[in-house]
Every structure is written in structure tokens, then in C-alpha cells.
Design a protein around this ligand. Structure first.
Ligand code: ARG
Length: 458
């Protein structure tokens, strides 16, 4: 098979180099985008009378047939099909004859590949926006159903203050809401057209790039041809988005792994997302969550690897850029699976409210004890010490904090009165935190309302 670029060559390509150079085994994923770009380009060439109406129709139909062959899994990749662009053009030639040779007029694979990738990623990313929104949805649903479930809140993984389980769930729902918005913003930012930039210097046939942009659904054209063929910021931004979203998924996975251990027992994963041990019959392992945590590392690797690839490139297109597609595809595939698995794990896990409640302990109300004195007019910095002394007293006597008598407490500060008993109430502690963003029932319900409003927006 003669190479599209073979004219100036007399020597043969080393077969090993052939394999090293090809990208068809992965960039075939973009077959549809490649056809779409070519079909639009046919129209643009026709508008400039480079193609007759008849030639344009022939090419358009031929391209459609190539597309159908891919879709029906009938496209035969041949030796020498270097990438999706050369493969499609080769096949087009077989179908429509020499007029196929007019398609590439003024076009380069450099503006072509940049266009294909943006088209492909635009669709792919929109699918991920949908999955991310669904993740927010299941988390919010669960938060609403379990609004009255209380659990210990942690800092440093040490018991800190009682909170609502829903408040904890929603802290992740908000992250995923941001992730969905961020991806939409990234799509808007990269949805500009490279096609019509040629190899680097621009298109010599004055093709109407605004027309191309409109036909292909771009917001506009990239205004500098050198930039258009070399800009892969959209890949970098997508990889960063994928990384950050995996940070959120991975942290939640880690929380659930801890909470599903026997020592905590706050949640139990559905069998559908757990696996057993080949040796220990009693085991039920949270493999889904461990994979989510593990795959985060994989995505970060794709991101940092790709940044290494681009950081030293001289201006415009360099073949290094062929290394942009596998990280993009891999990150897409990883997120495609992870977002759905995360959502299903959340939707199906069992929550053991009794275990959460049993893990609450009166010392978690030490802050409330200090706040009690604040309400009696004692400065907080003093009350912190007084409550600390009460904690120490209880610890020395090996009794729960709430069993200290009023006399004990009065020995620490005269402002303690009989109503100090009201402090030892977890619900009360939680519902006291009623400023916006707090864990009280009304403020958690408010979050649910706001997230639901966001979810109903298109
Ligand atoms: N397969 C190539 C890539 O993925 C297409 C562009 C090739 N351009 C070139 N001048 N060799 O980047």
C-alpha cells in the first residue's frame, strides 16, 4: 500500500518502525468524528468551487459508507493504515475512485486530528457530565431518605462532633456538582474549530472556517493556525478534570472502606459490589471501593505523563502529540466506569444507623459544654479550658463526661447550673449548628433543596 506521504521517499519503512508509528489501533475510536469533519470539509471545498456539486455528493456518500462500515464492524484495517485519517481516506478511494484525492485539498492531518479529537471529546465529556449528575442525584436521594441518621463526625480520623449522615453525604454531592459544572465549562472552552488551519500556516483556498465551525457545532474558530494544530490544552484540562473528580471519588471510597470495616460497621456494601476471599470464608471485601481508590492513581499518572509529553515541544505540530490520545481515552474509560460504579455503590449500600449512634460518645459534646458556659457569659477561651478540665476529670475517674455531677462541674466554674443536663443531647448539639452550611436539620434540608434545584436545570 503506497503511503499518502510517500512521494519524496525512495527507501522503505522498517516494519518495526511501521508498528511504532501507527496509531490506528487506538485512534480508530474517533472514526465518526473523522468522517464528520471530512463531510463538513467537503461542503466547504464545494463552496469554494474546488469540488463540483457532483464530486461533493460522491465524496459525501462515500464517506457515509465508510462510516457505516465502521459502525457495522465491517471496516477492514489494512497493512499500511497508519491512522484513522489515512485509513478512512484509503477506503474512500477504494469506494469512489480518484476523486477521493481531492478531499485533502488544503487540509493537513494536523488540523484534522485536532478537530477529530475535539469532536470526540465533546461527545464523550457530555456523557461524563450526565454520569456525574446522576452521582449527585443518588447521593442527594440517599441524604434525603436518611436525614435523621446521626453519626460521629471526624477530624484527623478522631471523633470530633456529632453530625448528620446526610450532611456527610452532601459534602461529596457538592463536590460532584462542581465537577459536573467544571466539565461543562471545559467543554465550552475547547469547543472551537482547528480545521482550516492546514499543516500550520493556514488554508490557501480561503475555505470558510466560520461555516465549518457552524456545521460542526463549534462556538467559533481558533484564530491562530499555529495554535490550532498544536494546542492540546483541552486534553490537559480534561485530564485534570478527570484527576480531580477521581480525588473526590477516591476520598469517598476511602471513607466508606473505613466505615465498612467491622470496627466501624457503619455501612455494608451490597454483595453486587463486593468480593470474597479464596482462602478466608468469612471475608467480604469492598473491592469496588478499592478499585475506585486505585484507579485514581492511574488517572493522575495519565495527567502527569501527558504534561511531560507536551512541556518541551517546539512550536506547532510534533509527532509527540500522537501520545495525546491514549491518556484521553484511558481517562475517559476510567471515569466512565468509576462514576457509574460509585453511584451504584452509594445507591445500594446498607446504612447501620444503630452502629453510628452507638459510636457517639459524651466527650464529643465537650465543645457544647464549653458553649454552654459561653451562653452564660463566660469568654470562650476560658470555657474551652474549663470544659477541658471536665474531660480530664472524667477521664481520671474513668467515667463518661456526662456523668459528672453538678457539684463536680461547679467546682470547675460557678456558672454551671442544673440546666447543664440539656447539653448531653446529640440532636440538640446537631440542630444548634443552624447557620447556613451547618449540620442542623433545616440547613441540611436546605442543601438538598438547592442541589435538587440544580439537578432540575438542564
Ligand atoms: N496520527 C497522527 C496523530 O495522532 C495524525 C497527525 C499526523 N501528522 C503528521 N504530520 N505526521 O497525531
Amino acid at each position: 500500500m503506497a503511503k499518502l506521504w510517500g512521494g519524496r521517499f525512495s527507501g522503505k519503512t522498517d516494519p518495526l518502525m511501521e508498528r511504532f508509528n501507527e496509531s490506528i489501533h487506538f485512534d480508530r475510536r474517533m472514526f465518526k468524528a473523522d468522517i464528520q469533519g471530512s463531510q463538513a470539509y467537503v461542503k466547504a471545498l464545494q463552496l469554494k468551487d474546488i469540488l463540483t456539486a457532483e464530486e461533493a455528493t460522491t465524496l459525501d456518500k462515500g464517506l457515509q459508507q465508510v462510516c457505516n462500515e465502521w459502525e457495522q464492524d465491517q471496516f477492514e484495517i489494512k497493512n499500511g493504515d497508519e491512522d484513522i485519517h489515512t485509513a478512512n481516506e484509503r477506503r474512500l478511494g477504494e469506494l469512489v475512485g480518484s476523486v477521493a484525492g481531492k478531499l485533502h485539498t488544503g487540509r493537513s492531518r494536523n488540523d484534522q486530528v485536532a478537530t477529530d479529537m475535539r469532536l470526540w471529546l465533546r461527545d464523550a465529556a457530555r456523557e461524563l457530565v450526565t454520569f456525574t449528575r446522576e452521582l449527585v442525584q443518588v447521593t442527594v436521594d440517599r441524604a434525603e431518605q436518611e436525614i435523621d441518621v446521626l453519626l460521629p463526625g471526624y477530624t484527623h480520623l478522631q471523633r470530633a462532633q456529632p453530625i448528620r449522615w446526610s450532611h456527610f453525604l452532601l459534602s461529596y454531592a457538592w463536590l460532584w456538582q462542581q465537577d459536573a459544572e467544571r466539565l461543562e465549562q471545559i467543554i465550552d472552552r475547547f469547543n472551537y474549530l482547528p480545521l482550516g488551519s492546514g499543516a500550520l500556516a493556514g488554508n490557501p483556498f480561503q475555505v470558510d472556517r466560520e461555516f465549518l465551525a457552524q456545521t460542526l457545532g463549534f462556538r467559533g474558530v481558533i484564530e491562530n493556525s499555529l495554535l490550532a494544530v498544536s494546542d492540546r490544552d483541552f486534553v490537559s484540562e480534561f485530564l485534570f478534570w478527570a484527576s480531580l473528580t477521581m480525588v473526590h471519588i477516591s476520598r469517598f471510597a476511602e471513607d466508606l472502606i473505613i466505615y465498612s470495616s467491622s470496627e466501624f460497621g457503619y455501612v455494608a456494601l451490597a454483595d453486587a459490589y463486593s468480593t470474597g476471599s479464596s482462602l478466608m470464608p468469612q471475608k467480604k471485601n469492598p473491592d469496588s471501593l478499592e478499585l475506585l481508590r486505585g484507579k485514581a492513581g492511574r488517572v493522575f499518572g495519565q495527567m502527569s505523563g501527558f504534561l511531560m509529553t507536551v512541556k518541551g515541544l517546539p512550536s506547532t505540530y510534533n509527532k509527540d502529540l500522537q501520545e495525546d490520545k491514549e491518556p484521553m481515552f484511558d481517562a475517559f474509560d476510567t471515569l466512565h466506569g468509576s462514576l457509574q460504579i460509585m453511584a451504584r455503590v452509594i445507591a445500594t449500600m446498607t446504612v447501620h444507623a444503630d452502629r453510628m449512634k452507638a459510636s457517639l460518645s459524651p466527650d464529643m459534646l465537650a465543645t457544647d459544654l464549653a458553649e454552654y458556659l459561653v451562653r452564660k457569659g463566660v469568654p470562650f477561651r476560658e470555657t474551652h479550658h474549663i470544659s477541658g478540665a471536665a474531660v480530664r476529670m472524667a477521664e481520671e475517674r474513668r467515667v463518661p463526661l456526662n456523668t459528672l455531677s453538678l457539684t463536680d462541674l461547679k467546682s470547675l466554674h460557678p456558672s454551671f447550673e442544673a440546666d447543664v443536663q440539656d447539653v448531653w443531647n446529640y440532636e440538640r448539639s446537631i440542630d444548634n449548628r443552624a447557620s447556613i452550611g451547618g449540620t442542623s436539620k433545616p440547613t441540611v434540608l436546605q442543601q438538598i433543596t438547592h442541589l435538587r434545584e440544580w439537578l432540575t436545570k438542564a
